[in-house]
Design a protein around this ligand. Structure first.
Ligand code: GTP
Ligand code: MG
Length: 455
């Protein structure tokens, strides 16, 4: 099935200086030779050849052919990349010519899928390539790029080897069920298991930061009317996205955006000021604000310090109770009118309090530092640490950890080696889900269907 030769445009759709048409499969070179006029018939791998590109025997463009002989190619198969001029029409015509010469259209993610099937990439690396392409923030790009280069995969491989090591220690005695595991053997196994457990714990912990960067945190800005919520929103976004006026009740709809703050991706909403009102439209806005606040994982509660605190501010404090929240004391460019009691109350009710002047764009850096710390980003180097960044891998790591802890307990209780082996083999199975050895067809399909055609 995978021997059919496929082709697709691998560069973005649209006008550009150059575009690349990628062809992969047993007949890649044959297809390329059919559709190109080359100066020589002898095409060596990894060399660039000037070519004229033909359609119905007419030259439609000229470009460069590069040939990668499998298995030394991205997909592991023979690959030809034809670089042509990047017009929308010409690129499509070159692709059509590849089809006419025997290639078939590639489906979404098919090149990467072939790379995975041919053992060129682990599943988590393939997944990370998709994330590099989708990255919208600097932190997302650094995280996905390090995982695409295999940092997570090699960490998982190390843990696998340690588990295999423990299993081999246990198997060494399994043939003699009546004999106890030797104390020295037990000691070695115990050390090996401790290493597995601590590595898995570390990986599991990294998901807090990984998720904050890759998936993002659902965040709502709330506060009373005129507190400066929209000004804070605009400051964080770096543009005048929401309307700001001195009229209380300016914002009605929930306005949403995605931004990066201290490396954390915030899926953030500006909302209507919460207070008692008879205005029909404002009332609807306030209901929406409350609903969005209750769904949010992180609340940015804005308080206007240029005025004495009010019951509306008290209500905002109540909304934040039991949630991850940051108190933003806004309008720090003016003298604070807050009572000492209220300031103390904010400090006691919120684990994080920050003063800003949204109008003057002051305080965003400090807010970024707080968010970064809250989601453990300070403890992690996104470019070089193994980080779990999706729910699938998190679930596998958590289950593998449970099984490893079971094995350790069995060892401490002096249970027979087969029980320890059973737990360890289960841990191995869970871990193998992450990098493809044990992932189901359904999971693999779901991962590659998120890719675009040509990748
Ligand atoms: N001095 C000062 N004024 C500010 C600051 N932030 C906002 N304001 C002013 O406060 C008023 C209200 O600001 P908005 O950002 O619209 O407040 P809001 O909380 O979104 O208001 P609603 O949408 O009506 O609930 C505007 O006149 C802003 O210019 C600040 O840091 N300092
Ligand atoms: Mg507003």
């Amino acid at each position: 099935m995978f021997n059919k030769t496929i082709a697709a445009i691998s560069t973005a759709y649209g006008k550009g200086g150059v575009a690349i048409i990628r062809i992969s499969g047993d007949e890649a070179l044959l297809v390329a030779k059919k559709m190109l006029r080359l100066k020589s018939d002898n095409i060596e791998p990894r060399r660039a050849y000037y070519c004229e590109i033909l359609s119905d025997n007419e030259v439609i463009d000229d470009g460069i052919l590069t040939y990668f002989k499998g298995p030394n190619s991205f997909t592991g198969e023979d690959v030809c990349e034809i670089c042509c001029h990047g017009g929308i029409y010409v690129t499509r015509a070159v692709l059509q010519s590849a089809y006419a010469s025997g290639a078939q259209p590639a489906t979404a993610g098919e090149f990467t899928r072939r790379a995975y099937i041919n053992g060129k990439l682990t599943l988590s690396r393939a997944e990370a390539i998709g994330s590099v392409i989708d990255a919208k923030t600097d932190a997302q790009m650094r995280l996905s790029s390090s995982q695409a280069r295999g940092i997570l995969s090699s960490k998982i491989e190390k843990i696998r080897q340690s588990i295999l090591n423990s299993i081999s220690h246990a198997y060494a005695t399994i043939d003699y069920p009546d004999e106890d595991i030797e104390p020295a053997e037990r000691e070695q196994m115990s050390e090996c298991l401790d290493l597995v457990i601590s590595s898995l714990e570390e990986l599991k912990k990294s998901y807090r930061a990984g998720r904050a960067v890759s998936e993002g945190i659902k965040t709502a800005i709330i506060g009373k009317p005129n507190a400066g919520k929209s000004s804070v929103y605009n400051m964080l976004l770096g543009q005048e996205a929401a309307i700001v006026t001195d009229i209380a009740g300016t914002t009605r709809d929930v306005i949403e955006s995605t931004l990066s703050l201290g490396g954390v991706t915030l899926n953030i909403a500006d909302t209507a000021g919460i207070h008692d009102t008879q205005d029909k439209v404002e009332k609807i806005g306030i209901e929406r604000a409350k609903a969005r606040a209750s769904e949010a994982e992180l609340l940015l509660c804005v308080f206007d310090s240029s005025q004495r605190e009010s019951d509306e501010d008290e209500y905002i404090i109540e909304c934040a109770s039991g949630k991850s929240a940051i108190a933003i004391i806004n309008k720090s460019d003016k003298a604070s009118q807050f009572s000492r009691e209220f300031e103390d109350k904010l400090l006691s009710k919120f684990s994080h309090v920050v003063s800003v002047s949204a109008k003057n764009c002051e305080g965003a850096g400090e807010l970024g530092d707080i968010v970064s710390k809250m989601y453990d980003l300070g403890d992690i180097n996104l470019s070089s640490d193994a980080v779990i960044s999706n729910a699938r891998a998190f679930s596998s790591v958590s289950l593998a950890l449970e099984k490893a802890l079971d094995a350790k307990e069995a060892l401490l209780l002096g249970q027979t080696p087969d029980i320890i082996c059973f737990a360890l083999e289960n841990a191995l199975c869970e871990l193998d889900m992450i990098d493809g050895r044990g992932a189901s067809e359904e999971i693999v399909n779901a991962i590659f269907s998120r890719f675009c055609v040509g990748k």
